[in-house]
Design a protein around this ligand. Structure first.
Ligand code: F6R
Length: 365
């Protein structure tokens, strides 16, 4: 049932504040603002490094997770798309743990990577939506993302719920390893607790602007997305979402890679979507944006209030989100990315919920 929405994808985008709060309340206790003990189903303290494997959007969630595990838990992460991971013959040892991220829990390559790790004696954790799935069944520890059924082929709420769970795991790992203090833990959990309310506010705030911008995007043949830090996987996720449902060619790049190739593509026909919260990468990303502007590129700048105040560059559009803590920025910045892709596809009249050539669950390699 789509309720009063035109597509399941739209419904699922707007469900995010609610399902994210389910995900968060499973892994944190808001009375004491602490991470719950259930994340200790993996012994992160005894773990020498973490291997993460997944496909598509779930892989991009894992890539954000890598930044968090390394930053907050000082836990080295090896991550790869499952179709490569399973055949790389990666040296592994039982002192490592492995995490597999999958909405459906049935993705063939992800399952094969899991079995490879299991054969090497690693402890296996699964970040899944479908708890009765094969990947869940074959894991030692299950971390459900609590997103509820996702019908739209393009993943939206599963992505942000995966992020919420990975943030919880990274902070829990940090707590277990003694790399974040009790005070930091309380502060970060407090920020996460505020996220559902901020998401609702942002969805209402940006909807009209996303709809009008989608008219511009629908005329383009190619779109480039740029970001640094956790905004780099988001840039790739933005590009993936747009290509999946609107069939417009899009690429996501680390902003610092711009001058190593993609800058050759910049002209007045190709919009460049820059994802840049006012974080420690902001100035670097803005200097990449400057290089785009200098070549006549049209910029869609997705930033926050502090970022909008700090940059004076001319843009085709600036999307201003509220200032939020770094730990929740990837989830909040997912919203304009999803809505831009959604409205562009709607405007172009494609089959948003069932895009051509795609299946919701990829059970063959
Ligand atoms: C993108 C998308 C796919 C899936 C990928 C993995 O919108 O939906 O890229 O993320 O096929 O699927 P799961 O998470 O079921 O393993």
């Amino acid at each position: 049932d789509k309720g009063n929405h035109r597509h399941f994808m739209e419904k699922e985008i707007y469900e995010q504040p609610e399902v994210i709060s389910h995900a968060l309340s499973r892994y944190m206790d808001f009375a004491s603002n602490t991470i719950s003990d259930n994340i200790n189903a993996i012994d992160f303290k005894a773990t020498s490094s973490l291997a993460i494997s997944a496909c598509g959007t779930a892989y991009l969630a894992g890539l954000v997770g890598k930044y968090w595990f390394e930053r907050y838990a000082r836990l080295p992460v090896e991550i790869d798309v499952a179709s490569e991971f399973r055949y790389r013959e990666m040296p592994l040892s039982p002192s490592q743990a492995a995490l597999f991220i999958s909405q459906s829990g049935e993705t063939a390559d992800t399952l094969a990577s899991l079995r490879y790790c299991k054969d090497h004696g690693l402890k296996i954790g699964a970040v899944v939506n479908v708890r009765e799935s094969t990947i869940a069944r074959e894991s030692d520890a299950i971390f459900p993302i609590m997103a509820g059924p996702e019908i739209g082929v393009a993943s939206t709420k599963a992505f942000t719920c995966q992020l919420a769970v990975l943030a919880s795991l990274a902070l829990g790992a940090g707590k277990a390893r003694g790399t974040i203090s009790a005070e930091q833990e309380r502060e970060l959990v407090r920020h996460l607790a505020e996220m559902p309310r901020i998401m609702s506010r942002v969805l209402n705030l940006i909807q009209p602007q996303m709809e009008s911008l989608s008219r511009e995007l629908s005329k383009c043949r190619d779109v480039l997305y740029l970001g640094r830090g956790t905004s780099f996987p988001l840039a790739m996720e933005g590009a993936l979402k747009l290509k999946e449902i609107s069939y417009i060619h899009a690429e996501g790049y680390a902003a610092g890679e711009l001058k190593h190739g993609p800058i050759a593509l910049i002209d007045e026909n190709m919009p460049v979507i820059v994802i840049a919260p006012f974080d420690r990468f902001f100035d670097k990303t803005v200097s990449n944006m400057q290089e785009v502007a200098a070549r006549g590129g049209r910029i869609i700048f997705i930033t926050d209030e502090a970022g909008a105040a700090a940059s004076k560059l001319p843009t085709m559009a600036t999307i201003v989100l509220p200032d939020v803590n770094e730990i929740i920025a990837p989830m909040i910045f997912s919203l304009p990315i999803q809505l831009l892709a959604y409205h562009t596809a709607v405007f172009m009249g494609t089959d948003v919920d069932q895009p051509r050539n795609l299946a919701k669950s990829v059970t063959v390699e």
